[in-house]
Write a protein that binds this ligand. Sequence first.
Ligand SMILES: Nc1nc2c(ncn2[C@@H]2O[C@H](COP(=O)(O)OP(=O)(O)OP(=O)(O)O)[C@@H](O)[C@H]2O)c(=O)[nH]1
Ligand SMILES: [Zn+2]
Length: 198
Amino acid sequence: MTEATPQRQYDEAAAAAAVEAFLRAIGEDPTRDGLQETPARVARAWREITGGLHTDPAKHLERTFEIDHNEMVLVRDIPFYSVCEHHLLPFFGQAHVAYIPAGGRVTGLSKLARVVEGYARRPQVQERLTSQIADALVESLGAKGVGVVLSGEHMCMTMRGVSKPGSQTITSALRGAMRTNDATRAEFMSLVLAPNNR
Ligand SMILES: Nc1nc2c(ncn2[C@@H]2O[C@H](COP(=O)(O)OP(=O)(O)OP(=O)(O)O)[C@@H](O)[C@H]2O)c(=O)[nH]1
Ligand SMILES: [Zn+2]
């Protein structure tokens, strides 16, 4: 089951008030030049950054096409931006999303990127983000196999804390044939890792 979509709506005024309080808490003066519009600006930005909270990304997979293709479809190198739920700092990188259609039931290629974006625009951990994308494809498309690999850099590990810039976190979620069939899994991984032909 994909997780239920949270029902609470984004309260931009409350977000702006919280940012103003936060600026005071860190010892800033929110009334000084340069910061006066910041609470409202940050509140607008976070509406976008967390916009996926108020959507059901799996809905993008409702429209399907019948195409006589029952082999792997992979969209690679999909950029994503999310925020870690521990520090509310960005983590970002690339998603590689593959599925094996069942009965020729395929989705539009852009919809795979929309699903990634919908789950990324929430406070997240990379593991859950990866699983949610995979589960949505299994449940909505009835795909015979699904493979999702995310490679992300976490700002909470680079600009603070352990301070390890450049470190990449790789997560994967394999479902159905992508997990159980060695040759299928190997094909997926070789396509994900293949050098670009640009
Ligand atoms: N598993 C997982 N951990 C994450 C993710 N994003 C951030 N973290 C980690 O969340 C952990 C939170 O650890 P805490 O000890 O509670 O917080 P902290 O004192 O700020 O930890 P440090 O980052 O080590 O300074 C850190 O180890 C982060 O690296 C993620 O997507 N997945
Ligand atoms: Zn973090």
